[in-house]
Design a protein around this ligand. Structure first.
Ligand SMILES: Cc1ncc(COP(=O)(O)O)c(C=O)c1O
Length: 455
């Protein structure tokens, strides 16, 4: 074991290929269905929204997919990211566990999201795309894609969930600074947005609604615009695997190997990006690392949702996939971890939970902020509220080690910093945050609106 606390890789250790878990999934991938016909989609249908290169990555069975050099060049702006041993946190908790975290908050916009934003913008550029549409919840994804589109000269139209648009005005300014257009969703720019506003004029919006608007804006643009998604899809998770591939090398530098790896899960991208390379070791090299996905009790898709076919968006325009879902009609409470408010979960993460390769754990909001504050006091970094869910689970596991006298090695992904989330921290310090558990009755009701699929 090393006596260092900070593990920094040379630039030439940025991975040269992404890891594609499709090659190792213990269960066959489920078909993606057309939202209208409910039959398996063809690449042609998807090509209205995505360039063929990304569609091919989505269905590729190849274990390793080469990272084009221009993408690695941009990655060099902030990659490799550091792996840190949280020694001060270990002391504070008085635990025999060793706690490591991979810090993705050092990217220019403060999270893991640019790992795929840069890749998606580059592949779109190569395919001749001039403009993209997207949605953003907390603003991290929108900021990342705005930066990436700016690098590659692509116009960008962003539908930002209304509650976040008002809670996080400076995220909007970052996107505008990179030249993106930002709209508070639901908007009157799309047919779906107008219909929704007519019914619910004060709708706070949701990620599912913003996705519907961004998809509609691209699908009805007559080919002028393509669409980009910041999580959930296979190619997004694929691009994020640079996180775990670097972490594997850094754990080797540390002279330890994790017994437990943890990531927070909204749509699953940072979780998969960090943990799938360790799962690869479980599947192919006899390792037995426990893999835990942390989610909020207020949006508990993995722990309270159903594993079934559902639409990817609220308007039922996006493809139908098999995943853990709270129902596409889910409109979440305005909890502060905006990036974890999606009704579903990436199909591969869902399949791995269903198969027992990944554990899922829901944590409550107050305990999550308590962990985030404890972490920042120990390590000096203020976690994004989303990442704080992983911090909570890591601390809980370290405390369990203390109780059992077990010196386990715990590694988690700190997916972003919380510098634009200080209103949420302020609310926490002023006792204005409450715990909210999503009621089973609402899940049961939403299940009556699932698409009827013959599978
Ligand atoms: C910092 C941060 N972490 C995690 C997430 C959740 O997304 P995903 O599950 O795709 O990593 C978000 C989403 O906005 C985020 O901003």
């Amino acid at each position: 074991m090393s006596d260092q606390y900070k593990f920094i890789l040379d630039e030439n250790k940025i991975p040269k290929a992404w890891y594609n878990i499709n090659a190792d999934l213990p269960v066959p991938p489920q078909p993606v269905l057309h939202p209208g016909t409910k039959e398996p989609v063809t690449p042609d249908f998807l090509s209205v929204l995505f360039p063929m290169s990304l569609i091919m990555q989505e269905i590729s069975p190849e274990r390793w997919i080469e990272i084009p050099e221009p993408i690695r060049e941009v990655y060099k702006l902030w990659r490799p990211t550091p792996l840190m041993r949280a020694v001060r946190l270990e002391k504070m908790l008085d635990t025999p566990a060793h706690i490591y975290y991979k810090y993705e908050g050092v990217s220019p916009v403060g999270s893991h999201k640019p790992n795929t934003a840069v890749a998606q913008a580059w592949f779109n550029k190569e395919a001749g795309t001039k403009a993209l549409t997207t949605e953003t919840g907390a603003g991290q994804w929108g900021s990342a894609l705005a930066m990436a589109c700016n690098f590659f000269g692509i116009d960008l139209e962003i539908y930002m969930v209304k509650v976040s648009y008002h809670q996080k005005p400076y995220r909007r300014v970052i996107m505008q600074n990179f030249g993106a257009e930002v709209y508070a969703s639901p908007t009157d720019r799309t047919q779906y947005g107008r219909a929704l506003l007519a019914q619910t004029p004060d709708s706070p919006g949701s990620l599912g609604i913003a996705i519907s608007e961004a998809v509609e804006a691209a699908a009805t643009s007559g080919g002028a615009k393509k669409y980009s998604l910041g999580s959930v899809l296979g190619h997004v998770l694929l691009h994020q695997t640079v996180i775990g591939l670097e972490a594997l090398q850094q754990m080797e530098m540390a002279g330890e190997y994790p017994d437990i790896v943890i990531g927070c899960a909204g749509g699953g991208s940072n979780f998969a990006g960090f943990t799938y390379p360790f799962l690869h070791q479980n599947f192919t090299a006899g390792k037995k690392t426990r893999v835990i996905a942390a989610e909020p009790a207020s949006c508990p898709s993995l722990t309270k949702g159903k594993y079934t076919f559902d639409y990817g968006d609220t308007a039922a325009m996006a493809p139908i996939v098999k995943m853990y879902t709270l129902g596409h009609t889910f409109v979440p409470p305005g909890i502060h971890a905006g990036g974890l408010r999606y009704h579903g979960m990436s199909p591969s993460v869902s399949a791995l939970v269903e198969h027992g390769d990944v554990e899922a754990r829901a944590v409550k909001q107050l305990a999550t902020f308590e962990a985030a504050v404890q972490f920042s006091k120990a390590e000096g970094i203020i976690p994004a509220p989303e990442s704080a869910h992983a911090v909570r689970v890591a601390i809980d596991e370290a405390l369990a080690c203390k109780q059992n006298g077990q010196g386990k090695v715990i590694a988690f992904n700190l997916s972003g910093h919380g510098h634009f989330d200080m209103m949420a921290y302020d609310a926490y310090h002023n006792q204005q945050l409450e715990d909210y558990e999503y009621p089973q009755a609402l899940v049961d009701e939403a299940m009556t609106h699932l698409p009827e699929v013959k599978m």
